[in-house]
Design a protein around this ligand. Structure first.
Ligand code: 13P
Length: 287
């Protein structure tokens, strides 16, 4: 069964750890993340960007695949299926398709429009028991063709959006999607503290979880971050493991060309990456 992210994130905030959102791209990715969560008794959030949703043949296919896997793999830890950086229309489509959590990313709209569109989704999500993530201040870098400059959120705007009744809030604090540039200035803890002072107990979301040094992750959690998104790190691990397997020529030998064998090293690499992140975020044995 899929659950809303609300309870797992409130527990995480109270317990001073964070739940990982790991983005999925295909069956192997999904299976690797679900099995790792189960083996480590950790709650987990499966993130789906609109592009990944299209790639996997649409949101209904994703819901069917994830629900089927939860049943067949006997997954008992809490799993939320979450739209990542959704448009207004995308959020509505995911709600209709059976997602248990959605992010509406209105950060590129003027704040009034972000508030109006977020408000329109708050009631629907409330009635259906779906968790809703909103965003204020953009996350830098490129994701699914969307390029953000990365601008720190205004704490007063964060409060205005948090007060609408969303479940969790993503606020830009200097974080970036993808690989961090060498001259990256780091997270702005000053901004994070100011936001926390305004939004109180609202669980905060840290996007761009790839490549943020462990000490910064821990400090962010101590300041109210309860959900951390990871995508690029799994992609890099998958690519490196697949490349190493092919370059070693193993796919040419025996049944090495069998796609199940070809994708196995990448699958294991995702499992290892997810476990490492769950250890860092402190979510192991918190299911
Ligand atoms: P990374 O690109 O750092 O993995 O961030 C992913 C993310 O924030 C998805 O919303």
């Amino acid at each position: 069964m899929l659950v809303s992210a609300k309870e797992m994130l409130n527990k995480a905030r109270e317990g001073h750890y964070a739940v990982g959102q790991f983005n999925i791209n295909n069956l192997e990715w999904t299976k690797a993340i679900l099995l790792t969560a189960q083996e480590n008794n950790s709650p987990v959030i499966l993130g789906v960007s609109e592009g990944a949703g299209k790639y996997m043949c649409g949101f209904k296919t994703v819901v069917g695949m994830v629900k089927g896997m939860i049943e067949e793999l006997k997954i008992t830890v809490p799993v939320a299926l979450h739209l990542d950086h959704g448009s207004f229309e995308g959020a509505k489509a995911c709600i209709n398709a059976g997602f248990s959590s959605v992010m509406f990313d209105g950060s590129h709209y003027p704040i009034e429009e972000n508030i109006a569109k977020t408000t329109a989704l708050v009631n629907t999500c409330d009635v259906l028991g779906i968790s809703l993530e909103a965003e204020v201040g953009s996350i830098g870098g490129e994701e699914d063709g969307v390029v953000g400059m990365g601008e720190c959120a205004d704490p007063a705007e964060c409060k205005a959006v948090a007060d609408l009744g969303v479940t969790m809030l993503a606020a830009g604090i200097g974080n970036i999607h993808g690989v961090y540039p060498e001259n990256w200035a780091g997270l702005s803890f000053e901004t994070l503290e100011a936001i926390k002072a305004q939004v109180g107990d609202m669980p905060l979301v840290l996007h761009g979880g790839t490549g943020i040094p462990a000490e910064m992750i821990k400090k962010a959690i101590s300041l109210g971050v309860a959900k951390i998104n990871v995508n690029t790190e799994c992609q890099l691990a998958f690519r490196d493991a697949t490349r190493a397997y092919i370059e070693a020529g193993k796919d040419q030998k025996g049944k090495g060309f069998d796609p199940r064998k070809l994708l196995a090293p990448g699958f294991e690499a995702i499992k290892a990456t997810v476990k490492e992140k769950m250890e860092l975020f402190g979510s192991i044995n918190k299911a």
